[in-house]
Design a protein around this ligand. Structure first.
Ligand code: SF4
Length: 342
């Protein structure tokens, strides 16, 4: 019986909910009186990955690496330049705006800043009920408010506060409002875009635990975007590492931390703080230079000007993202040398 349950769980886990292929988002650089396009900022430049139903996929990288643009492009909050995003077998990017609206309730987002992501002139009950109203769910206004009360309670907010305005809440409470707003539409996938980055550490832990509980209760799938590796490690099943608009490595979180195969991942991990003041880090890797501009990315491997393992081929040929071990993908010409160093 237990074996059957295990097998069911594995099958459920292995079902792919969302598949992104060669997704690109280029922003035009305009100049002159006539605002002519003089170049392109390649914010997302050909990323491919999938998310299994019920899992949390972490997406990490430095500021400006394209992780937020990736999340927003998947949901079509900004329109992509090219690529495909298959959700339940349907390419979301090929849908008209009207048809896309049918999928909006299933694909939700929690934004980074709980202060600016809530309309200060709206009462909390109306902020949370807004999605229900636009999706014509819930029937009468009274019924919608009853649904709001239920979800406020579930995210740890007293329904007694439903008539209050966002400024009457703390940062953590506002993020709970944002979570209730996403949850009320009964979504399958939630993009958590730096959802805890603006919060104090103790509040971060509460929100992460809440997201964890909600995932179990509502069978949610998360794309969890963050720059803090400890946060991503805590919540994710697998982790995608991005650098300058491209994916450089994807692996199970335990595999990634034990056996990073891309020099950039290794450098990120080496900079990750150890929560023990008595432990001295010996293997810190200091990257030289700044992140290059995505408007003018380096040739070949984009990481080569900062990479201590770079060889001549690195500036000439862009390494493809390949599966080097089951479920472990890396884009580096010299991943084998890195594996030997680990
Ligand atoms: Fe470094 Fe070359 Fe690998 Fe790029 S391909 S990460 S430059 S070793």
């Amino acid at each position: 019986m237990e074996k059957l349950e295990e097998q069911k769980k594995t099958e459920k886990k292995s079902k792919i909910l969302l598949e992104v292929k060669n997704l690109k988002k280029y922003f035009p650089i305009k100049a002159g009186v006539f605002k002519r396009t003089v170049g392109w900022v390649k914010a997302v430049d050909g990323v491919s990955f999938y998310i299994r139903k019920g899992e949390t996929l972490g997406l990490v990288g430095e500021s400006g690496c394209g992780k937020t643009t990736t999340g927003q492009t998947i949901l079509r909050l900004i329109e992509p330049t090219s690529g495909t995003v298959h959700y339940g077998g349907v390419d979301l990017l090929s849908l008209s705006k009207r048809k896309m609206n049918k999928y909006r309730s299933k694909l939700q987002i929690i934004f980074q800043d709980p202060y600016s992501s809530l309309d200060p002139r709206m009462r909390v009950k109306d902020i949370i009920a807004e999605g229900l109203k636009s999706a014509h769910i819930g029937g009468s206004r009274k019924n919608r408010y009853d649904i709001v009360k239920k979800y406020m309670d579930r995210v740890g907010l007293s329904p007694l506060y439903m008539n209050r305005f966002p400024h009457e809440f703390s940062g953590g409470q506002r993020q709970r409002i944002g979570i209730a707003r996403a949850l009320v539409l009964n979504p399958e996938l939630i993009v958590c875009d730096e959802a805890v980055s603006a919060l104090d550490v103790s509040i971060q832990a509460q929100i992460l635990n809440l997201l964890d509980d909600l995932q179990k209760d509502f069978n949610l799938t998360y794309l969890f975007i963050a720059h803090d590796l400890n946060v991503v490690k805590h919540i994710s099943d697998r982790i995608v590492v991005m650098y300058l608009g491209k994916i450089v490595e994807i692996a199970n979180k335990h595999e990634l931390f034990i056996n990073p195969l891309h020099p950039y991942t290794k450098a990120l991990l080496s900079a990750n703080p150890i929560p023990d003041p008595t432990v001295k880090r010996k293997d810190r890797i200091i990257l030289r230079g700044d992140v290059p501009s995505p408007a003018n990315p380096p040739s070949g491997c984009r990481f080569h000007p900062r990479c201590w393992m770079a060889k001549p081929i690195c500036s000439q040929e862009d390494p493809p993202l390949i599966e080097v071990q089951p479920d472990h993908y890396v884009a580096c010409h010299f991943w084998k040398e890195m594996a030997e160093q680990n």
